[in-house]
Design a protein around this ligand. Structure first.
Ligand SMILES: Cc1cc2nc3c(=O)[nH]c(=O)nc-3n(C[C@H](O)[C@H](O)[C@H](O)COP(=O)(O)O)c2cc1C
Length: 200
């Protein structure tokens, strides 16, 4: 189990993915370091009716222990390779942040922390959300993948026969947890799926 994870929230649609992911890692006892871009903050407001970055609302508990780092503070701990952690997840990840990571831009803390995660050869997962994709995004994804990052699109499967939006969110978030080695008991596995049981 990872002990310490950095989470970035950028301005792509899908604030619910960020909230659920943070809930799960906090519940798993992971020390969570969070950075939110200004557009990420807008999406928290627009999609979750959140005022500012409400850590208790994101974690689902007052007892969350999350450290919130300011987006402009490129001198924060997570900007340094000497700050040991077990990986970073940007969820949701915008085209803009994908491009910044792909090209090594790091003039804000979200992009700097991602850049450092790659250079330190730690796990970096980008939960990208946009469609359709142009060749620009496809090339940026290739670049990040070649640098060791993982592109994990916010792209739920339907083989678990979901009935609710929450189940679709959990599908994506469960895969993010798998990628960053956080144990969970969400119903995301094909072997356990209702559809699979029916066909066998
Ligand atoms: C309501 C809203 C929804 C958006 N959804 C997306 C999206 O799903 N994917 C995306 O790449 N950009 C989306 N954008 C545009 C990004 O927020 C914008 O490109 C911004 O510069 C991203 O900056 P950041 O990466 O620093 O958060 C959205 C913007 C708004 C206002």
């Amino acid at each position: 189990m990872p002990r310490r994870i950095v989470v970035g929230i950028s301005g792509a649609s899908g604030a619910a993915y960020a909230q659920r992911f943070i809930q799960l890692i906090v519940a798993a006892g992971v020390e969570t370091h969070l950075v939110v871009s200004p557009l990420g903050q807008r999406l928290l407001h627009d999609e979750l009716a959140m005022e500012g970055v409400d850590l208790a609302a994101l974690a689902g508990t007052e007892d969350h222990g999350i450290t919130l780092h300011h987006y402009r503070d490129v001198g924060a701990a997570i900007a340094s390779g000497s700050f040991m952690h077990d990986g970073m997840v940007i969820v949701p990840c915008s085209n803009n942040s994908l491009a910044a990571v792909a090209t090594g831009l790091s003039n804000n803390l979200l992009h700097r922390a991602a850049n450092v995660t790659l250079k330190e050869r730690r796990k970096l997962v980008l939960c990208h959300r946009e469609m359709p994709l142009s060749l620009v995004e496809i090339r940026n994804m290739q670049q990040v993948t070649e640098a060791g990052g993982i592109i994990a699109p916010a792209n739920p499967g339907f083989y678990m026969l979901p009935h609710t939006v929450e189940e679709l969110v959990d599908f994506v978030v469960g895969r993010l947890c798998d990628l960053i080695s956080v144990k969970h008991d969400l119903q995301t596995r094909w072997a356990e799926s209702k559809a699979n049981r029916k066909s066998s």
